[in-house]
Design a protein around this ligand. Sequence first.
Ligand code: NAI
Ligand code: MG
Length: 359
Amino acid sequence: MEKYSIALLPGDGIGVDVVREGRKVLETISNIHGGYSFSFTEFDWSCEYYAKHGKMMPDDGLEILKNFDSIFLGAVGYPGVPDHVSLWGLLLPIRRQFEQYINLRPVKLLKGIQSPLAGKTSKDLDFIVIRENNEGEYSSIGGRMYEGTDMDMAIQNSVFTRKGVERVLRYAFNVAQKQGKRGHVTAATKSNGINHTMPFWDEYVEKISHEYPGISHDTVHIDALAAFFVSKPETMDVVVASNLFGDILTDLGAAIVGGLGIAPSANINPEKKYPSMFEPVHGSAPDIAGKGIANPLASIWCTSMMLDHLGQPESAKAIIDAMEDVLQEKEVLTPDLGGHSTTEQVGDYICEKLRARLG
Ligand code: NAI
Ligand code: MG
């Protein structure tokens, strides 16, 4: 029997509530399946931890996490702790040290969800965005000078490496080959305005595309591509983008398929040399924290992505099916989706649907 060790990092605010429901779903589906099981270890690393210890995690935090099969994160962020502290103190070190160079975000309209794009159905909205997760525009290279004077200035450099660009592009072409619906890769660029890194990126898109003769591709300027997400999302299959462009595109992608309450993401180390990390796109939502009404579906979708990564695709699909059951019924939903139920009730109902489908 396969046994997966999972590090739980619920974090702050609603992260705690939604991770609890995600864990419940993982326990339920492994019990029904019977062929694998989970062991969970919870860590309280968060902004609250920061307030007590002056750091987001202990000095040997990454050493501890390294041995788990996967990491399941809620959200970090608390008013009073600057966002760059929580990001650079926990999330970015995990993503970078564990070479989670792929950030995966499905843009898939589940049955039962109404897209804000008029007339678009789940047939039109079904693609995946792959964001480069380790380098690019989010580099710490740069600095600030002459602060407090009229010469105040800041410089932040982008870093694009052959290794970093090739591996994310190869991953995207592989996804298009294995699971794409149209066998097409759309690469986000901006080589007209950003004239060193983006032509470099485009050059490698061309080079890598030759390794995949069966897959078509195009490069589209990021501004136009953002518009196409809205005007013709049905033409997308696999979209690949640099760190910053991917960050923006994926939030747009989340918005057109139902918003933050549902949107999942995965930070993947494809070689499985290190654990991958699964986290809802949303933050700690201080405005609704403690009220028990956070939508757990984003984090539950994350558990499906985790199971896919761990090699349990049937279980992964069953979770999506159960989510669609609940969404289509519309009886048990949190307020952000127009319902009156609590976080816990939605989590319990997903488990009930899983038992009804598989038990
Ligand atoms: P947010 O995602 O926490 O909230 C934005 C809005 O969406 C709020 O009105 C919130 O109530 C709603 N919302 C979010 N998730 C929801 C859910 N599951 N169910 C129902 N409603 C939901 O973003 P915001 O307010 O910009 O950031 C709050 C804190 O979270 C900040 O400290 C920020 O740095 C942090 N954050 C952390 C992230 C992470 O851990 N990866 C990602 C985004 C923000
Ligand atoms: Mg973002």
